[in-house]
Design a protein around this ligand. Structure first.
Ligand code: SF4
Length: 474
């Protein structure tokens, strides 16, 4: 990697990167290597995820996993429900979703979801608490009011959803209304996340997704007035036509709203995700250096304004439970994302849904038709999975602990990450970690390179990442 600063950076951003440089003005060799790795990891994460899952794991293994869960009725559950439909295709989208304008198609999907939940509940029983529910997309709020009500009743019929179950939904702000938000709140959803991506009109045209800042503000304040306890906004950096000036304006506008959480994904053009991505003009994409700078800009904006930087790509108000959990070194990461309250098992429902059941990572068939056909035949629609061995689980948990809590206790690494621990310790010379008697701590400089520090282990932690698809936002 060249040590020359990219000319597309503003002087302010050039100064920010200067902190990673040595006395001669160049990054140290180890830091150069880290910086040369992708800051987003979006595409590689998906590839690693797919690589880990194998079709050797099939529905028989899934049934065995459910049986094991049934034998331990005190263990807790979370539900991850995919609604893989959208009204139109955003050009950057890496999500497995179907474009339809046929509401009856969504009704048929709910029929199949009902069947899938019924089959799973029959195997494991409906007596255990559900800690978390996440409706993910596609566009979950593309369901109409009757369908949203039906889906909620369906989940309550098959599982024990409690008044304090943490229920969240991803929403496309272009598809919601005051009536829909009131309904979602009445149905028990307390967390809501809106896809913002970027507020600049030139960037929005380049990604084929137009939504005015006024719309975002209106929807945001409606959700606040209705009483959602947590409102998250999702941004994407690395989009065509983004500059540090345009992205800075987006960040400032988002900051004005004071959302509880902001997630900042990296866009990586991936034409294998669909022909629509060919419509993204490669010549309009920011350089790799600028991509890094845009994310750094988000870090600087939120970190200096009452937010904690959570894990790799999330910012949460200092008073948010994620921030408190990170401070107290008890933050976790599961299929849904970062959480202070992890469940023992994650059940995935819907075409392409992922789950983690009895130490097995599983994924449903991504083909809508095949997923439905299997359910019609009374078969579990799991198409592939991966059994996580006890050793792998230890490795993954140790890495997840480091990502979440910015430390790697020696006791967690012993016997499963010995070489990695030594490698990480060597970064103390660059000021990226501090080595103490009980383990490693990531320094504030190392914090900026955490993704790269962990990237060699992508296969061990990314498959339980909530963001299964790159840039999968609504
Ligand atoms: S980005 Fe979201 S709303 Fe756009 S097509 Fe993909 S899933 Fe649908």
């Amino acid at each position: 990697m060249s040590s020359a600063v990219s000319p597309d950076l503003s002087p302010e951003l050039r100064n920010r990167f200067a902190k990673f440089r040595g006395h001669d003005g160049c990054p140290s060799r180890s830091v150069s290597l880290l910086l040369s790795q992708s800051p987003s990891g979006a595409a590689s994460a998906e590839q690693a995820s797919s690589a880990r899952l194998t079709e050797l794991f099939d529905r028989k293994d899934y049934v065995a996993a459910l049986k094991a869960v049934a034998a331990r009725p005190d263990e807790t559950l979370s539900l991850y429900v995919r609604i893989p439909f959208c009204a139109g295709r955003c050009l950057y989208c890496g999500c497995n979703t179907t474009i339809t304008h046929d509401s009856a198609r969504l009704d048929r999907y709910l029929d199949a979801l009902d069947q899938e939940m019924s089959m799973v509940a029959e195997r494991i029983g409906a007596t255990r608490d559900v800690l978390q529910v996440q409706l993910a997309g596609g566009t979950p709020n593309y369901l109409n009011d009757a369908q949203l009500t039906r889906l909620t009743e369906m989940m309550e019929r098959h599982f024990r959803i409690l008044p304090d179950t943490d229920q969240s939904i991803e929403c496309d702000p272009r598809r919601t209304s005051a009536g829909q938000l009131e309904l979602l709140h009445a149905l028990g959803f307390r967390r809501i996340t809106f896809g913002v991506q970027d507020l600049d009109p030139v960037v929005q045209r380049a990604i084929g997704r137009l939504q005015s800042p006024d719309l975002i503000r209106d929807v945001y304040w409606l959700a606040r007035e209705i009483g959602f306890e947590s409102i998250g906004l999702e941004l994407i950096y690395g989009l065509p036509q983004q500059t540090d000036q345009t992205f800075g304006r987006t960040l400032d506008s988002v900051l004005e709203l004071s959302p509880d959480r902001v997630t900042c994904f990296g866009y990586a053009r991936n034409t294998s995700a669909g022909s629509h991505q060919h419509a993204i003009d490669v010549h309009q994409l920011p350089s790799e250096r600028l991509r890094q700078a845009l994310f750094e800009q988000a870090v600087q904006t939120f970190s200096g304004s009452g937010y904690s930087w959570i894990g790799l790509d999330t910012f949460a108000l200092d008073t948010d439970e994620l921030s408190l959990a990170q401070d107290e070194k008890r933050l976790h990461r599961n299929c849904i994302g970062y959480t202070a309250n992890p469940s023992d098992h994650m059940l995935g429902f819907g075409s392409g849904a992922i789950g983690e059941v009895n130490s097995n990572c599983v994924q449903n068939d991504c083909s809508l038709e095949d997923w439905e056909a299997m359910l019609e035949r009374g078969e579990f629609p799991v198409i592939r999975g991966y059994h996580v061995s006890a050793d792998e689980r230890r490795r993954r948990d140790a890495i997840a602990h480091m990502i979440c809590n910015l430390e790697l206790p020696a006791a967690l690494a012993a016997g499963c990450l010995d070489d990695e621990y030594a490698r990480l310790a060597s970064y103390a010379a660059d000021g990226l970690v501090e080595v103490g008697a009980t383990g490693l701590k990531i320094t504030s400089s190392g914090r900026h390179l955490l993704r790269s520090l962990c990237s060699e282990h992508a296969a061990f932690f990314n498959w339980d990442h909530a963001r299964w698809d790159s840039a999968r936002t609504n």
